[in-house]
Design a protein around this ligand. Structure first.
Ligand SMILES: *Cc1c(COP(=O)(O)O)cnc(C)c1O
Length: 400
């Protein structure tokens, strides 16, 4: 009989009753160090006092009104995002994939609005992930995720990562935009280097294309800057973000320049729930915290420490790990043993991590993780690595 919850997830046999900072706690009191943060969502950890207070306060006042009316906390959040980024304007959604969907629509609308409706094609990259709507699946074209759900949408062309010549070869009179993750998360923590992003920007300038960035996972302080593209100095025309933005409350956002958004007048896009008062109040508190003086300096300091310890871990387990990669607190360990063996051994060692494609173990802890917790996390990963090294090869299981 089919489970009452649609069986679309392969879940670990764990369930948590409570969260405290970097820790998740089971009913029986067992404490797990959370180096996954709900897939880069709990940016300020669990039950952050400031976020708890904001939710309490807003919950007693007003949850939802719809976008038929002005929403002061939505206005405040948009103003903060515009103040701190390249963007002039923001659309609010409820998830990453919806933010990406808005970005795709906006890019096509821009070209149509300036009199080039034939420009609909968007160039995307191998190993990318943009979400699970048909639009986002069509952009990433990962056959494991699209199989049986076709037909996918036309108008996307996927090329190898870090290959400017391949991008250039795809540009023609039908091309509208290039869509890139500055750091790929699901794809295995792949950092796009500065020359590549600069090259994409130049190709966009020369060919009248928009540069779209998916910062759903790498945004909101994750890499040590508010948005990951800031490291390169390259700015997008449109950017999607979500995950860490609400600190655990669902919210997504599509940020754009005035020019890129010029086709999006009244009626062009919408969402019933998007940008509701509760979500925006929480996200305002998240953005205030991340942009407070010194917060990102601390993220970078702790990220350096974490990375250094992980280099040590890799060096002491040459049979388990190949290398460390990533940026800020978005780190990946490339594994030699099946990554799920490590994730599962981590459960026994009471440390949570997240698998990514290409056999990478993803470490994306709360940005508020302490030095001591980093040390404990690496000690637990060391234990997990010892256990995984002992697994017979026949136990090799592919990640779901
Ligand atoms: C998670 C993710 C998405 C999809 O976000 P959802 O909130 O799951 O819809 C899109 N793009 C990237 C880069 C992501 O990591």
């Amino acid at each position: 009989m089919i489970p009452t919850i649609l069986p679309s997830y392969a879940r670990a046999p764990l369930s948590f009753a409570k969260g405290e900072g970097s820790w998740l706690i089971e009913d029986d009191g067992r404490r797990f160090l959370d180096l996954g943060a709900g897939i880069a969502v709990n940016s300020l950890g669990h039950a952050h006092p400031k976020l708890v207070a904001v939710v309490h306060e807003q919950a007693t006042k007003l949850w939802h009104t719809s976008n038929l009316y002005n929403i002061p906390s939505q206005q405040a959040l948009a103003d903060k995002l515009v103040e701190h980024t390249f963007a002039d304007t923001v659309f609010f959604a409820n998830s990453g994939t919806e933010a990406v969907e808005c970005m795709i629509k906006m890019a096509r609308k821009y070209q149509s609005h300036i009199g080039q409706p034939e420009r609909t094609k968007i160039i995307t990259f191998d190993d990318s992930f943009h979400g699970r709507t048909i639009g986002a699946l069509s952009a990433a074209r990962n056959t494991a995720m699209t199989d049986g759900f076709g037909p996918m949408l036309e108008g996307f062309a996927k090329v190898p990562r870090d290959d400017l010549a391949a991008v250039e070869a795809q540009i023609d009179g039908q091309t509208a935009a290039i869509l890139v993750e500055p750091v790929q998360g699901e794809g295995g923590i792949n950092v796009a280097d500065d020359p590549f992003l600069k090259g994409l920007r130049a190709l966009c300038e020369h060919n009248g294309l928009l540069l779209l960035m998916d910062e759903v996972q790498c945004g909101n302080g994750r890499t040590g800057r508010l948005y990951a593209h800031e490291w390169s100095g390259v700015t997008p025309d449109i950017m999607a973000t979500a995950k860490g933005l609400g600190g655990g409350f669902p919210i997504g956002a599509c940020l754009a320049t005035e020019r890129a958004a010029s086709g999006m007048g009244p009626g062009s896009h919408g969402s019933t729930f998007g940008g509701n008062p509760l979500a925006c109040a929480v996200a305002c508190a998240v953005i205030d915290t991340i942009t407070a003086p010194g917060f990102l300096d601390e993220v970078n300091r702790k990220a350096g420490l974490f990375r250094q310890k992980l280099e040590g871990l890799v060096a002491s387990h040459p049979d388990v790990f190949t290398t460390v990669r990533g940026q800020g607190l978005m780190l990946g360990l490339v594994c030699k043993v099946p990554v799920m063996d490590l994730v599962n051994a981590g459960y026994d060692a009471q440390v949570l991590s997240v698998p990514a494609a290409n056999n990478v173990l993803r470490l994306i802890p709360p940005l508020t993780i302490s030095e001591d917790e980093i040390a404990q996390g690496v000690a637990r990963l060391d234990k997990a690595a010892n256990a995984a090294a002992l697994q017979p090869p026949s136990s090799a299981k592919e990640q779901p």
